[in-house]
Design a protein around this ligand. Structure first.
Ligand SMILES: NC(=O)c1ccc[n+]([C@@H]2O[C@H](COP(=O)([O-])OP(=O)(O)OC[C@H]3O[C@@H](n4cnc5c(N)ncnc54)[C@H](OP(=O)(O)O)[C@@H]3O)[C@@H](O)[C@H]2O)c1
Length: 368
């Protein structure tokens, strides 16, 4: 056998071995460990933790070390948090690809939650934009807790005075996703026909209101029980997906924001104008490996062959967009839709409810 074939076989064996090792490591679940012992003098707070991957049953409300504000950080007493699908993806460690970030076998950081609103309890010595007593909202991993410390330059802004802590906590991930999906990926323009698939969910309820504030003609897709609510937040037209399939209606939209992923991209293409844009926010949770990321692969394959644009994206929390959303809420143009509220000890129930896939707006954790 020629040398180059031998080298090729060795490379193939090595690559296959590495991929198999990665697959086994990513899908391996370590058992839940005990909480680590804390030094006696530790100042404690309550936080929701998971010391292994799994369903909501593995969550515990534990005493953990209360954070302090480093020089460039703001310590926030959390009054409200909100739940996002991201939380249960990190809780379960699925799709497994998430574990490249959250840790192999078990979570490197056992805390959960991102969205929060609360009051500044202390600031580090180099912090200039916040002071104790300020009412704020933002995003920081570990938000299902009594306190979080956040870098001053990260996703943290003042809460509009006319919003409750519960409303503010409902905003960060869902509203930023809707904003960046419509504005940056969808390049929304006044007068365009825009369809929001999943209009009654966390992202969808913000997307309907934001699309209206951009001057679009908005169609929301939801089930029968949510038709009146989606109309009440500003949708010009509502399609009840139990009665009608929007991909077969003959209508063509300039922009579709899809938070559900229940149609193939070829089916969705039927509902797009010739140069329409399809923004993929969420996908079906079918499969442990890449799950909702399947839409991304489909989009990459289809895009070069069609005139429409298919754009998967991941939202990014940042203070600039949080401020824009705060201003829109202050002006009464966007109002969070809150479905259920739970106590911190009830985070497992809140996550189970959201994971069932039929939340009506946002699910909030109330710590007051
Ligand atoms: N790309 C990103 O950066 C990003 C950011 C945030 C979220 N996401 C993803 O976006 C998706 C939505 O997030 P979310 O927070 O809005 O979730 P959510 O609040 O759990 O969404 C639930 C909503 O989906 C609706 N729904 C279910 N089946 C539907 C169907 N066949 N047609 C239309 N609507 C349907 C439900 O309405 P009914 O009860 O009426 O069925 C419910 O109101 C998730 O997959 C999430 O992981 C992605």
């Amino acid at each position: 056998m020629k040398l180059r074939y031998k080298i090729l076989i060795v490379v193939l064996v090595l690559v296959t071995g590495m991929l198999s090792w990665l697959a086994v490591s990513l899908s391996h679940d370590s058992p839940c460990g005990p909480a680590p012992a804390l030094p006696e003098q530790t100042i404690l707070m309550k936080a929701v933790v998971h010391r292994c991957y799994g369903a909501a049953d593995v969550l515990r409300l534990e005493d953990v070390a209360k954070p302090t504000a480093a020089d460039n950080e703001v310590l926030v007493q959390v009054h409200a948090a909100s739940v996002n699908p991201l939380d249960w993806h990190y809780l379960r460690g699925t799709p497994y690809i998430v574990r490249l970030d959250s840790g192999f076998g078990k979570p490197e950081n056992p805390r959960l939650g991102v969205d929060f609103a609360g009051t500044v309890a202390a600031v580090g010595k180099s912090v200039t934009h916040f002071k104790p007593g300020d009412e704020v909202f933002g995003g920081k991993f570990g938000a299902f807790a009594e306190y979080v410390s956040v870098r001053e330059d990260r996703a943290l802004v003042l809460k509009p005075a006319n919003m409750t802590f519960e409303q503010a906590a409902a905003v960060p991930i869902a509203a930023i996703t809707a904003l960046q999906g419509l504005r940056d990926k969808g390049q929304i323009k006044p007068g365009q026909k825009v369809l929001i698939n999943g209009a009654s969910g966390g992202v969808g309820t913000f997307a309907v209101q934001l699309a209206k504030s951009f001057g679009a003609e908005v169609t929301g897709v939801c089930s029968t029980k949510n038709v009146a609510m989606v109309r009440s937040i500003g949708a010009d037209h509502v399609i009840d997906y139990t009665q009608e399939d929007f991909t077969k209606s003959g209508e063509h939209y300039d922009l579709i924001l899809d938070t559900v992923g229940n149609h193939t991209l070829l089916e969705n293409r039927r509902a797009l104008a010739p140069h329409g844009i399809f923004v993929i926010v969420g996908g079906p949770n079918n499969g442990q490996w890449i799950g909702p990321l399947m839409g991304l692969i489909d989009a990459l394959v289809l895009s070069p062959f069609v005139s429409q644009k298919f754009r998967p994206f991941l939202a990014e929390l940042n203070p600039g967009d949080l401020s824009i959303l705060g201003d829109l809420m202050q002006a009464g143009k966007v109002t969070p839709v809150i479905d259920r509220q739970y106590a911190l000890s009830e985070v497992p129930a809140a996550i189970r409810y959201l994971e069932a896939g039929h939340a009506r707006g946002k699910v909030v954790i109330n710590l007051k």
